[in-house]
Design a protein around this ligand. Structure first.
Ligand code: NAP
Length: 230
């Protein structure tokens, strides 16, 4: 049976790697990005596959509704809510960019929530019934030893609560919801000195996604499967 995954922010970084690995495993991939016309690496990857590149800005409610219509009655086994932004440089207690804070919450919190909400019935129709929210250890309250980065941290903390809350709300429909820290990964966001390759990070998260069950829902996991404190 061919499995189906939908990945947001699939044109670069970890999202592109999710698309690459799922395609290589024979999955049907709905690879979402803001500007399909400019997504050359993704276009080359998807060329000849039975998947689809789909236009999606996760801040745009209408675009999410259009995506839902495009999916029709197809089942989605796994949703990877990967799209995210860091929120710029002005995140300190001395200098905070409020407009960027709002933008980051729209992208990192409302975006994943809305996509999950719109696709919940398609995920329920799937065989794996799993939502993976790509969060960050920087959203952990227990793990915050250094302060700073208010915008990014608070957005990922909120995404963690979305994860825990949706896990409860969707449990009756058999849907598992997980939050992941992908590690410090070598992408545009992580930078060239980051510790983990996208390939290793995504391979680890895919293993935990494959092992997800309703009984193990609502957890915050490192890419290598280690449970993290909220
Ligand atoms: N790399 C790390 O070390 C690290 C660590 C912890 C957590 N994370 C999380 O992992 C996820 C992926 O990060 P990454 O490292 O791959 O970052 P990245 O290289 O900066 O890629 C971010 C992706 O998100 C997309 N995106 C941003 N805003 C969007 C929007 N409004 N609608 C749709 N797509 C949007 C980007 O698309 P455009 O090309 O259109 O901008 C891009 O595809 C993020 O949620 C990030 O917070 C990363």
């Amino acid at each position: 049976m061919v499995r189906t995954v939908l990945v947001t922010g699939a044109n670069r970084g970890l999202g592109l790697e999710f698309a690459r690995q799922y395609l290589a495993d024979g999955w049907r991939v709905h690879a979402c990005c803001r500007r399909p016309d400019e997504a050359r690496d993704l276009g080359a990857l998807m060329n000849g596959s039975n998947g689809a590149v789909r236009r999606l800005d996760v801040r745009d409610g209408r675009a999410i509704r259009d995506l839902r219509r495009a999916i029709g009655d197809e089942a989605i086994d796994v949703l990877v809510n990967n799209a995210g932004i860091f929120g710029g440089r002005r995140q300190s207690v001395r200098d905070l960019d409020y407009a960027m804070w709002e933008e980051t919450v729209r992208t990192n919190v409302l975006g994943p929530y809305r996509v999950a909400e719109a696709l919940a019935d398609r995920i329920e129709a799937g065989s794996m019934k799993t939502i993976a929210n790509i969060s960050s250890l920087m959203g952990s309250i227990a793990g915050n030893g250094s302060g700073g980065d208010h915008i990014y941290r608070t957005s990922k903390t909120a995404l963690n609560m979305v994860t825990a809350n949706l896990a409860r709300d969707l449990a009756g429909r058999g849907i598992a919801v997980l939050a992941f820290h992908p590690g410090w990964a070598r992408t545009d966001m992580g930078g060239p000195d980051a510790a983990v390759s996208p390939a290793e990070s995504v391979a680890g998260m895919r293993r935990r996604i494959a092992a997800a069950t309703p009984g193990r829902s609502g957890r915050f996991l490192d890419y290598d499967g280690r449970p993290l404190d909220w």
